[in-house]
Design a protein around this ligand. Structure first.
Ligand code: ZN
Length: 264
């Protein structure tokens, strides 16, 4: 077993470099970007955390970084379209092989989240600085451990149902908003060997990633999503020799079908 869980926090890091009063507000919460703030907040002896951004070489995720990541955390908003499809391909492959994926807030519209889930992932939203109460739905889930039965985020962006995710979503957290909406705010999925968690809190103009309950959830999630079988590589397309004798007569015996299976 590895000594530490290797976490890579990816952030598009665009709003943080914006101009105007709203950008100053964001920089006040996150002077070095959301990715570095999460790195600071999640710091723990059992985690080896790296913070990367869209404008780093190879969009922050060269292959050796992906290969050495147990859980990838994703924050994006206005730059989803800038993420190269070839990077999405490489992340998807790693998730199917067992890398954990924790998608935060507006990452619900990221290419990688929609790729992994296969649905449109749209939702209702409203930005009026209202209160959100997050409820634990599955108290026994590892991501809910040490999290109060409910907690309040004083000011948030509302994300509301209907949320366009697959019906198989396992709901760990559910949110209620001051304006009356509800939302499946913490949901898990499995894709291949990979575990995926989506958590909606984290609108950039409020210091939500400085709130201990939120940090607790994300910290639990990166540990839960990390592959427990570090060497698992079960994406397997090998030709299989039959274990038992096949006695049926093959109607295709007289025809050579080997080129049907040739790689294009
Ligand atoms: Zn937002």
């Amino acid at each position: 077993m590895k000594d530490k869980i290797r976490v890579t926090v990816w952030n598009e890091n665009i709003h943080e470099r914006g101009e105007g009063a709203w950008a100053d507000v964001i920089r006040n919460h996150y002077p070095h970007g959301i990715h570095n703030a999460l790195k600071e907040e999640l710091a723990s002896p059992d985690l080896e955390i790296r913070a990367v951004a869209l404008d780093d070489p190879e969009q922050g995720l060269p292959q050796d970084v992906l290969e050495n990541t147990d859980t990838l955390v994703w924050w994006g908003h206005c730059g989803h379209h800038l993420v190269e499809d070839s990077l999405v391909d490489r992340i998807q492959k790693r998730v199917l092989e067992g890398m954990g994926l924790v998608v935060l807030h507006s990452g619900h519209y990221s290419k990688i989240f929609r790729r992994m889930l296969g649905t449109h992932c749209s939702l209702r939203w409203r930005e009026v600085g209202e209160k959100e109460r997050v409820w634990v739905v599955d108290k026994d889930h590892p991501i809910a451990q040490g999290v109060p039965d409910s907690f309040v985020i004083p000011h948030t962006e509302m994300y509301g149902e209907p949320f366009g995710i697959p019906g198989e979503a396992h709901v760990v957290f559910m949110s209620w908003y001051e304006g009356g909406n509800v939302f499946r705010s913490g949901v898990t999925f499995r894709r291949g060997q990979g575990k995926i968690f989506y958590f909606s809190p984290g609108h950039e103009t409020f210091p939500i990633y400085r709130q201990p309950e939120v940090v607790k959830v994300i910290g639990n999630a990166v540990r839960w999503a990390a592959q427990e079988l570090p060497n698992a590589r079960t994406v397997c397309w090998d030709k299989d020799p039959a274990l038992e004798p096949v006695t049926s007569e093959n109607p295709m015996d007289a025809v050579d079908t080997s080129s049907l299976h040739a790689k294009a």
